[in-house]
Design a protein around this ligand. Structure first.
Ligand code: ADP
Ligand code: MG
Length: 566
């Protein structure tokens, strides 16, 4: 029984679809990249399932993607013999967006096409990109292992709903048929399709095939009636298995988009083959923008894991610490067993060894970027600096390495831009200065005009201006850099160390003596409301300020705990 039904899209899916149809993408051709990328994922998933169920592959073991077109009809089809989908999977995968936080994200859409197109790129375009070029899309699919009568036909030609019905479908896998819009008919063309495949999908590990272009029959020659022959259009070799020197940066960038579902170029990457005690290849990328769910606990993170070139899982989060969760990439291991699962990964000794090697690799890659391209590094810091500050607490072993990568705003520039390193700071420390001074505040204006800074400004001692929520917590774990402890200028008795000259000391003592009587009176008036009252030379223009004692929580920390309901 065909059992044809109409279904509405989930609200978020509908919004995404609407944008696809109405956003004026400047490069429409990316639809092919997305659909080929999905077909390739489907092949990966089938290979993985076939590890334990080899019969799934039996009658059709050579995985491939085929692209066909019909110029007269104005249609294109993308066919794979990968994992395919059951009826339920079609409804789930093509009718909803499962990524959590999507609804919130969609609320940020403005209705301004240009801005929204940019936002959507950040989200990742995926299957719905078919609607950039097609006004009607059909999907024929059959799950690997299911019977021929378990085929599914999905069709959508509007934004509101789609139909779904069961059909006979002789082969395993998925065929997506695009009925092109009038202004996209140009894509139903062999030369055009070949060049798009070369451009975006050359790195796809399995063959992307098209029909051989037939040479016109020579004069007097009988044209034979041969079965149509397909040929691979792409290189069909997994990118990370190739040698670095043979890979162009364009190829690295396209590969990044395939694995990350990102729309934009990465900032930088590092591709390494490791042999010896451990044997693996890694290709790690730093994205050029932050995902909307960077701070969402349940957001997907981690690497795409392969074992001996066989895809095992997405989002293998065991190989990088949480503070490097923005890193995307591939790990292909020759040490892990093919039947590895998340549970086994957690226990495998190799996991920790690889994790610590990859962590160093990422930190080195960032150090290198900072050294060779300050602008790109600044871009990185602006995107992910706040996450990096989680590093010292999580990864004690690499504290020094992480510390060198940190950037701060300070009184040296008096600008909100966080672009001063701790090494810069230490290099500018005054003779005899023992501490790295900082002030915490809610925002830059408050930090910059803090009365605590007066004496430091007078003496020309640099103070870090910390204005991110995480800062106080972060400093608490950082403790020191290069043997110099961090010191909150708003806390406790101010010890300028040897930076206090004999002259200063004399003045401080004089002030303390002169103010003795006043201090006593203020103490009386404020009684239980303060712990202590002291005369100070730390103020230049302001008459008085509140100081938190050394052991107390700072105001930022107090607010974080309040927010957490404590
Ligand atoms: P993503 O690839 O980021 O998961 P897409 O929008 O591209 O998102 O695809 C949505 C989902 O639809 C995929 O995750 C997959 O489960 C399913 N899908 C899409 N194309 C295919 C295909 N050719 N074969 C099997 N499943 C597919
Ligand atoms: Mg996809």
């Amino acid at each position: 029984e065909a059992h044809k039904e109409s279904h509405g899209f989930q609200t978020e899916a509908k919004q995404l679809l609407h944008l696809m149809i109405h956003s004026l993408y400047s490069n429409k051709e990316i639809f092919l990249r997305e659909l080929v990328s999905n077909a390739s994922d489907a092949a990966d998933k089938l290979r993985f399932e076939a590890l334990s169920k080899p019969e799934l592959l039996e009658e059709d073991p050579d995985l491939r993607i085929r692209i066909e077109f019909d110029k007269d009809e104005g249609s294109i089809s993308i066919t794979d013999n990968g994992i395919g989908m059951s009826r339920d999977e079609v409804i789930e995968n093509l009718g909803t967006i499962a990524r959590s936080g999507t609804a919130n994200f969609m609320q940020n859409l403005t209705g301004d096409q240009k801005k929204d197109a940019h936002l959507i790129g950040q989200f990742g375009v995926g299957f719905y990109s078919a609607f950039i070029v097609a006004d009607r899309v059909e999907v024929f699919t059959r799950r690997a292992g299911a019977d021929a009568d378990q085929g599914v036909h999905w069709e959508c030609s509007g934004e509101a709903e789609y139909t779904i019905e069961n059909v006979e479908w002789p082969q395993r896998g998925t065929r997506v048929v695009l009925h092109l819009k009038d202004d996209a008919k140009e894509f139903a063309d062999g030369w055009r399709l070949r060049s798009i495949i070369k451009k975006y999908s050359d790195h796809i590990a399995l063959p992307v095939e098209m029909l051989k272009e037939e040479a016109p029959a020579a004069e007097g020659e009988e044209k034979e009636d041969k079965a149509p022959e397909f040929e691979a259009v792409n290189a069909a070799q997994a990118l990370w298995t190739r040698s670095r020197s043979d890979i162009k940066s364009e190829e690295y960038k396209e590969f990044y988009k395939h694995i990350s579902h990102d729309f934009d170029d990465p900032l930088t990457w590092s591709h390494n083959r490791v042999e010896g005690k451990l044997d693996y290849t890694s290709l790690l990328y730093i994205p050029g923008r932050a995902p909307f769910d960077l701070y969402q606990r349940d957001a997907a993170r981690g690497l795409k894991l392969y074992v001996q070139r066989t895809f095992i899982m997405d989002d293998a989060e065991q190989f990088l610490p949480l503070y490097l969760r923005f890193v995307k990439g591939v790990l292909d291991s020759n040490d892990l067993p093919l039947n590895v699962s998340r549970e086994i990964l957690q226990k495998d000794r190799n996991t920790d060894a690889i994790k610590s090697a990859l962590t160093k690799r990422v930190l080195d890659m960032l150090g290198k970027l900072a050294g060779k391209d300050a602008d790109q590094y600044q871009k990185f810091w602006d995107l992910f600096g706040n996450v990096m500050k989680e590093g010292p607490a999580e990864d004690f072993a690499n504290k020094e390495k992480i510390a060198k990568l940190l950037r701060f705003s300070s009184t040296h520039t008096d600008e909100p831009k966080q672009d001063q390193s701790l090494e810069d700071y230490v290099g500018r420390m005054q003779e005899g200065q023992k501490y790295i001074y900082y002030v915490c505040a809610d925002n830059f204006a408050t930090a910059k005009s803090s009365p605590y800074l007066e004496v430091f400004r007078k003496k020309g001692i640099e103070v870090l201006l910390l204005t991110d929520q995480i800062d106080e917590w972060f400093v608490g774990h950082m403790h020191e850099f290069d043997g110099k402890p961090f010191q909150d200028v708003a806390k406790g008795a101010l010890d300028l160390g040897e930076a206090e000259s004999e002259e200063d000391k004399a003045e401080r003592e004089k002030v303390e003596e002169q103010a003795g009587a006043l201090v006593e009176r203020v103490k009386e008036v404020l009684q239980n409301r303060v712990e202590d009252v002291r005369a100070t030379t730390r103020l230049v223009d302001s008459p008085a300020c509140l100081v938190v004692s050394e052991q107390d929580m700072g105001p930022q920390m107090r607010r974080i705990l309040e927010q957490a309901g404590q």
